[in-house]
Design a protein around this ligand. Structure first.
Ligand code: TXA
Ligand code: MG
Length: 332
């Protein structure tokens, strides 16, 4: 980890992709765009690099990482696919879906990356820059969202810089991301389970599976000690400012995160940002984290958030907003 130095930001070109791959190879930490959010990459087979990654993010080591791969062959060398996992990969990879599978016996990913579990989270991203780096590096890359642990995930290179400047080796700037919310995580166990709602709507996955996805037990989620998807701690994705959900009015000194047509009196807010005036959930997901960061900077008393429908990407948006609304005092 670099300290006290500035982190290079480079626009994604061929030379930068090659440099990123070299840096990963020498144990460096490289932030790069994926279609969901910016990731902070490290060589998944290098335990020292992974230890530095946990440290740079301030991430608890019981929270395992997603291994990113360029192709299915690479995925199959680290995770054991059954028919169901294969059909999900076939339908949605590359794209915003992470599969949790049993580790293969000769899995090259360091145990530290999977927090000692016998399962592994695998994702094949579709972003051309992420793909170029993974292809060039030719080994799995662990990449959590490139933010300080517990904070709002980054959707631009500038967000990464504001969280991790001087703590990582390189930031590759590929512009604003497309989806704006992290991948959906499905556990491919006896019964397929939705471990984290995300950038691929549940409905699309259930159509391919031909059945409903199970839901983790509520208590498995809220207990920080042994959560099922350990990153799903109650408080996460959190701005500094208090967040109030289901707002239908506005109090003095509050900022408003709107969706669709604002209610009467909304103009009293000290700042307003609208996730999607036309009520489009995909547009709202793409704007969510950037707008939370922008409103956080306004030093409002509270960020009031209008209700958001819970279908499609709305399920993931509401999940992140609920975690953002958990009080700071409860946080690590
Ligand atoms: O879209 C994404 O998934 C982004 C981009 C950069 O790819 N990455 C991301 O990583 O969101 P991160 O580390 O912020 O979230 C990974 C989640 C955590 O909730 C972690 O607990 C869960 O995946 N996870 C990792 N391995 C797991 C496993 N073996 N079993 C259950 N959950 C796992
Ligand atoms: Mg994260």
């Amino acid at each position: 980890m670099k300290t006290g130095l500035t982190t290079d930001i480079s626009f994604a070109g061929e030379a930068e992709v090659a440099q990123a791959a070299r840096m990963l190879g020498s144990g460096g930490l490289v932030a790069f765009p994926t279609e969901t959010v910016y990731g902070l990459g490290a060589d998944a087979t290098n335990a020292d690099a992974i230890a530095r990654l946990y440290q740079a993010k301030g991430r608890p080591v019981f929270n395992p990482l997603i291994s990113h791969v360029a192709d299915l062959a690479a995925a199959e060398s680290i995770g054991r696919f059954d028919a169901r996992a294969r059909s999900l990969a076939g339908a949605f990879w590359p794209g915003p879906l992470t599969l949790v599978l049993p580790r293969t016996e000769n899995c090259a990913v360091a145990a530290l990356a999977t927090a000692g579990l016998d399962t592994i989270a695998i994702r094949m991203p579709s972003h051309p820059v992420a793909r170029a780096i993974l292809t060039r590096f030719d080994k799995p890359v662990v990449a959590p969202s490139a933010n300080i642990s517990g904070h709002v995930s980054p959707t631009t290179a500038a967000h990464v810089q504001s969280d991790l400047e001087g703590r990582i080796d390189m930031i590759i700037d590929g512009g604003a991301v497309d989806v704006g919310i992290e991948s959906t995580i499905v556990g491919c166990f006896e019964e397929p389970i939705l471990l984290r709602p995300g950038g691929l709507p549940r409905e699309a996955i259930e159509r391919v599976l031909g059945r409903a996805l199970a839901q983790p037990q509520a208590d498995a989620e809220s207990d920080g000690a042994r959560p099922l998807a350990p990153g799903m701690l109650a408080s996460h994705y959190a701005p500094r400012t208090r967040v109030r959900l289901e707002a239908a009015d506005i109090a003095r000194g509050e900022a408003l995160l709107a969706f669709g047509q604002p209610f009467r009196g909304a103009e009293q807010a000290m700042a307003i940002m609208n996730l999607s005036e036309r009520g489009d959930l995909n547009e709202a997901a793409a704007n969510l984290f950037g707008y939370l960061r922008a409103l956080d900077a306004r030093m409002a008393k509270t960020i009031a958030v209008m209700p958001i429908p819970n279908h499609g990407l709305g399920e993931a948006i509401n999940d992140r907003l609920r975690r953002a609304a958990v009080g700071r005092s409860d946080r690590e």
